[in-house]
Design a protein around this ligand. Structure first.
Ligand code: GTP
Length: 490
């Protein structure tokens, strides 16, 4: 394979993907676009005040906690999977000798995921509760797939944490190195502030009230410490496999109901607070995936992180000088005339060479381009690390779905975690749980050969756009810090 083919493979374009540029649809006139944008804003404002509000939810938790099973069963209970599909999933999974994964079958879509019985990429589904339209992002629990999970979490408003109630299993997920803690810290750092904890597999502990309460009490202090407000943290006992306490307090005779009289999982989902959406901000659409569309054109998916995107308009792709026309916008198979901040959508583009579209690029209006930077300052919180961070530490920087090589080039100051005041200027090292201001510089991916120019990435200070200003820092496969961008320097 030559470089161009490799690049194309990286774009998830399959063999028959046309290299030729799909002819551009005649873009709408600026006046027509302005009119559409105004209509979209009015409709979105009305929608916010209307009955069904939309939000997105990332499902997190330690590997095998039952996340995919829970979501598969929930989709069935809410009528999103019909009987025919359920039977097909059951047959398919038992044929592979994995019948305990039949509910996860619906979400774990690829052959490899099904064979290994684990989720590797983010699966997208929509749940309808009486008052909410919820886009579900089922994140992989396995340690190796954390980058995919970051991509999911950076698109979410709320989180559903699934923990396994079985003795020893909850503890394994919660101790150092387990994914329960890391996932919670990650989603909080990425701006998710409300979480529902589903204590799953209660059938395995004889529906024990004491075990349920023990798990809640162990989690509460950690949730508080990680920055989740107790009023926005809810717990619910469930058994995903048997469908207990998901959409209804059923089955009636279940021993759980001898002591539990609280809400079901759906009651809690239905009461999630929808986020406030900044539809008046400049349009930002960071691309999280690129794929071949079903019709002509190339599709990109992602979350609108400010403003509104409307069908027919011409947008710039940053970085680069290319533009593309929005041919269509769709969400869960429905075609939309526009989408506002906070929506997760697929956008079909025409008039563009697919090579100029890559994961992490941002679509924006030519009048309000997103800035590019290769050096910036950030306020970070250091996780539970063992090797301290010093000036010059090489890291991987995660911003939306992009990860790039970077270095913590300067330690500016350590900060008080509670009020942000400076504790010490120019510290020599940062150790676990510290808060600090640092300078981050992107670096070249390769160490040998002639030094090529570092390519800047589209990024904005948190004070300008919250979604565009959040970062995560990893080192050697472990997340070591998370933070917000303060100022772009170069
Ligand atoms: N007994 C019991 N087993 C369950 C329950 N829910 C899930 N399981 C089993 O737990 C195993 C893991 O379930 P998954 O849904 O694949 O777990 P996951 O958290 O999605 O796993 P990853 O996607 O790999 O992180 C499967 O064998 C399920 O059948 C439950 O309520 N009770």
């Amino acid at each position: 394979m030559n470089q161009e083919e490799l690049d194309m493979a990286g774009l998830n374009l399959n063999e028959e993907a046309p290299r030729e540029i799909v002819p551009e649809e005649p873009p709408k006139t600026p006046a027509a676009i302005e009119k559409l944008i105004e209509e979209a804003k009015a409709a979105l404002t009305a929608q916010e005040q209307g009955e069904k509000q939309s939000l997105s939810l990332v499902v997190i938790g330690h590997v095998d906690a039952g996340k995919s099973t829970l979501m598969g069963r929930l989709l069935y209970e809410l009528g999103r999977i019909d009987e025919k599909r359920r039977i097909a999933n059951e047959r398919g999974s038992s044929k592979m000798g994995k019948s305990s994964f039949s509910w996860a079958w619906e979400l774990d879509g690829t052959q490899e995921e099904r064979e290994r019985g684990i989720t590797m990429d983010i699966a997208l589904q929509t749940l309808l509760t009486p008052h909410r339209v919820i886009t579900i992002l089922d994140a992989p629990g396995h340690k190796d797939f954390i980058p995919n999970m970051i991509s999911g979490a950076s698109q979410a408003d709320s989180a559903l944490l699934v923990v396994d109630a079985a003795v020893g299993e909850f503890e394994a997920g919660f101790e150092r190195g387990g994914q329960t803690r890391e996932h919670l810290l990650l989603v909080r750092s990425l701006g998710v502030s409300q979480v529902i904890v589903a204590v799953n597999k209660l059938d395995q502990v004889e529906w024990s009230k004491a075990r349920y309460e023990e798990i809640c009490e162990l989690l509460k202090p950690f949730l508080l410490q990680s920055g989740f407000h107790p009023a926005k943290t809810k717990f619910v006992p469930v058994a995903a496999m048997e469908g207990v306490n998901l959409a209804r307090a059923e089955p009636v005779g279940c021993p759980l109901y001898q002591w539990y009289k609280g809400p079901t999982l759906v009651d809690l989902l239905d009461a999630l607070e929808p986020p406030s959406r900044d539809i008046n901000a400049p349009l930002r659409f960071p691309i999280s995936n690129v794929f071949k569309g079903q019709t002509s054109g190339i599709c990109v998916s992602g979350r609108v992180c400010g403003g509104v995107i409307v069908a027919g308009e011409s947008l710039r792709i940053i970085p680069g000088d290319e533009s593309a026309t929005v041919k269509a916008i769709d969400s869960d198979g429905d075609s939309l005339p526009w989408a506002g901040a906070g929506s997760n959508v697929n956008v079909t583009l025409t008039g563009v060479d697919p090579i100029s579209l890559s994961v992490g690029s941002v679509l924006c209006r030519p009048s309000h381009l997103v800035p590019l930077a290769s050096t910036f300052t950030a306020k970070i919180i250091v996780f539970d690390i063992q090797v301290p961070i010093t000036a010059g530490t090489s890291v991987e920087l995660f911003h939306h779905s992009r990860d790039v090589p970077a270095a913590i080039s300067r330690l500016v100051a350590t900060l008080d975690r509670s009020n942000g005041t400076v504790l010490k200027n120019k510290p020599r090292v940062l150790t676990k749980n510290m808060s600090a201001e640092v300078e981050i510089s992107l670096r070249n991916a390769t160490y040998s050969g002639p030094a090529s120019r570092v390519l800047p990435i589209p990024i904005e200070p948190f004070s300008v756009n919250k979604d565009m200003g959040r970062i995560l820092i990893r080192r050697g496969g472990e997340t070591i810090a998370a933070g917000v961008v303060l100022e772009l320097l170069a």
